[in-house]
Design a protein around this ligand. Sequence first.
Ligand code: TYM
Length: 337
Amino acid sequence: MGKPRVLSGVQPTGNLHLGNYLGAIRNWVDSQYDSENFFCVVDLHAVTVPHDPTVLAENTRAIAALYLACGIDLSCSTIFVQSQISAHAELAWLLNCVTPLNWLERMIQFKEKAVKQGENVSVGLLDYPVLMAADILLYDADRVPVGEDQKQHLELTRDIALRVNHQFGTEDKVILKVPDPAIRKAGARVMSLTDGTKKMSKSDPSEMSRIAILDSPDEIRKKIKRCKTDPVRGLEFDNPERPECSNLLGLYQVLSNQTQEAVAAECAEMGWGQFKPLLTDTAIAALEPIQKKYREILDDPGYLDTVLKDGQAKANEVAQATLNRVKAAMGFSLPGV
Ligand code: TYM
């Protein structure tokens, strides 16, 4: 039996922050040698809300470069751009036709984002999770490493796969592989620096609410210095009265690669005046090598072009084979068949 397949992706919308890194990309890197991996830049998802075409093109390359800078190794992983593989949009259409509308209407992220869009909410935003299901199912993924906020979308993906199998497969002939989510406890839900009850998010209007992977040491220092804390001395995890405390300790834990027990013991007697510089130094030290590698990659645009071209070829082969399988099962006649 071959290695398990992994697929995941990030949208090229704005600067990636510590939530994206710790909830997703770092986990991809850590477990990549145990699997065969496909990591895509999901640019089709990025246009489900209003966007600027020039910025989209720049961000798409920047995210691919960040995957490499964070440590994605091309010997076991393929990096590609979603819109360059037409099978994603095509499978999404087929899945749309088997997905009940009310499954999409109850998606939490749709409801949250739709409120922000008001009258202008697009059909694409409602359909976002079906395109995500297509991304995953095209690669016969066994595991999908994501942050906690994507759990509902992964459950929907499983339901869609089961429905396709039920409607068009047989017991001996499974059409789509049903994937498992891979959500690690530590880093799965990084909270805002200005409000420990809100998720750290690219769409928060305040830059002070998040640390971007590409933030300079000065920016990181400033953000941690000003982040929300509480007047209590002694730091602890999992006290619901102290969401900021739990979040900042959690950040320190994952960025310093320690266990929760070790961090709880180290920080039990600390005040914020002692802890904040410690977290600042740890964050700067963790991000510095990524930033250095990112700049090196961007200095050689030809290299990134080659990575994405190779990625497109590899991803296309796998995706097209799955698409043909689904089309055949649904009764479409394939050219030359
Ligand atoms: P995006 O770009 O919104 O998020 C990318 C990844 O970052 C995780 N994440 C977080 N993790 C912990 N704490 C946070 N505050 C935080 N904010 C974001 C997300 O869970 C995600 O793993 N819908 C996906 C993109 C996508 C996708 C896919 C993922 C499209 N197709 C197929 C996996 C497989 C998303 O949330 O992108």
